[in-house]
Design a protein around this ligand. Structure first.
Ligand SMILES: Nc1nc2c(ncn2[C@@H]2O[C@H](COP(=O)(O)OP(=O)(O)OP(=O)(O)O)[C@@H](O)[C@H]2O)c(=O)[nH]1
Ligand SMILES: [Mg+2]
Length: 327
């Protein structure tokens, strides 16, 4: 069975609303990737070295990342030799299969949802550079877990950017959840402290802490995050339980560089990739996973509150490689 058929069958039994979101959100990426693969295979009768060079180019332009691109192409060539295959469309299927394997072989951490602790609030710290979509993602996550019956408290730890607190406050009132805010320029760690106290007092299930997106220098960032974490863990044992780094998919390989810098500053338990709907370079997900080894937990597929989906490799490959035309 061809790999695309295999993906179709796997996705068949999954949530259709999720499938539609993935298809719509990955439409631009699909045009830049799978439509180009198809166009390429129609220009060749048999594959040759030049064909593989063009394949490599398509992968690179999808932002898969050079190291991983080479690895995928090498594996595709090897498999083609083993199968004695030179039909271009079959080679394209082998390529997609190798992309799947490259992601799946990074480890069995299929966990995407936040894991709640048994007693007391679970704390999630959300970090990332300016404008990547942290605050929006926090609102989306709060919406998701409120819908699941969890009591959520937001903590506006970004006290530096004018308007940041207001933005989160607007979301909190729309979501109908509580929020702890600080004064302008108040030490974010002290806002965290207030947040933890409040979370325990109201028996929150989930406390989500927003942070400022400044990355002037690594030492500064490291110190600030360490201070926030220290205050949080002093009030709530083993907290923060999760630290999510938010990356904007439209920033391409720059996002990967940012991610590496953050990983050096603090322990990350997951990555959220936002604005997938706004990029044609959906291969960024594979690249991030390859270079960081941190699992992608959620992806943002639009600006609305429910435009956040847990990351699902099958749905992702379906959206990237098949899309709406062939449903
Ligand atoms: N299309 C699209 N837009 C998004 C997505 N996520 C966030 N945005 C938009 O990105 C912009 C920035 O989002 P914010 O949530 O304010 O980003 P931030 O990281 O909190 O920014 P700072 O607080 O300035 O560091 C907003 O206009 C959001 O609507 C997404 O998944 N898709
Ligand atoms: Mg923000």
């Amino acid at each position: 069975m061809g790999f695309l058929k295999f993906i179709k069958e796997k996705v068949f039994g999954k949530s259709t609303s999720q499938k539609e979101k993935y298809i719509a959100g990955l439409d631009k990426s699909k045009k830049n990737f799978s439509d180009r693969l198809k166009a390429l295979s129609s220009r060749y009768n048999k594959v040759n070295e030049e064909y593989f060079e063009e394949l490599l180019e398509i992968l690179i332009e999808a932002d898969v990342g050079i190291r991983l691109c080479d690895e995928i192409i090498d594996a595709t060539k090897k498999e083609a030799m083993t199968q004695n295959q030179d039909d271009p469309s079959q080679i394209n299927e082998i390529l997609v299969d190798k992309m799947f394997v490259s992601y799946a072989s990074q480890g069995e951490d299929i966990k995407t949802e936040i894991e709640f602790v048994n007693n007391g609030p679970t704390v999630l710290l959300v970090v990332g550079v300016n404008g990547v979509g942290k605050t929006t993602t926090i609102a989306k996550l709060a919406y998701r877990y409120i819908k699941k019956g969890k009591k959520v408290l937001l903590v506006a730890g970004d006290t530096f950017r004018a308007g940041a607190t207001e933005q989160l406050t607007v979301w909190a009132s729309r979501l109908g959840c509580e929020i702890i805010v600080g004064k302008e320029n108040q030490d974010p760690a002290s806002v965290c402290y207030d947040g933890m106290i409040k979370g325990k007092q109201i028996n929150a299930d989930l406390i989500i802490v927003d942070t400022a997106g400044r990355l002037q220098n690594k030492l500064n960032l490291m110190n600030e995050l360490a201070k926030m974490k220290k205050v949080i863990s002093k009030e709530i044992e083993n907290a923060p339980h999760e630290v999510f780094l938010v990356i904007d998919a439209t920033t391409g390989q720059n996002g990967v560089i940012q991610a590496k810098a953050f990983k050096e500053c603090t322990t990350l338990s997951g990555i959220v990739i936002t604005k997938m709907d706004g990029t044609s370079k959906g291969g960024i997900i594979l690249s991030i996973r390859d270079e960081l080894g941190v699992p992608v937990r959620f992806i943002g597929l639009g600006e609305k509150m429910d435009d956040l989906e847990e990351f699902d490799l099958d749905q992702y490959l379906y959206g990237l490689c098949i899309g709406k035309e062939e449903q």
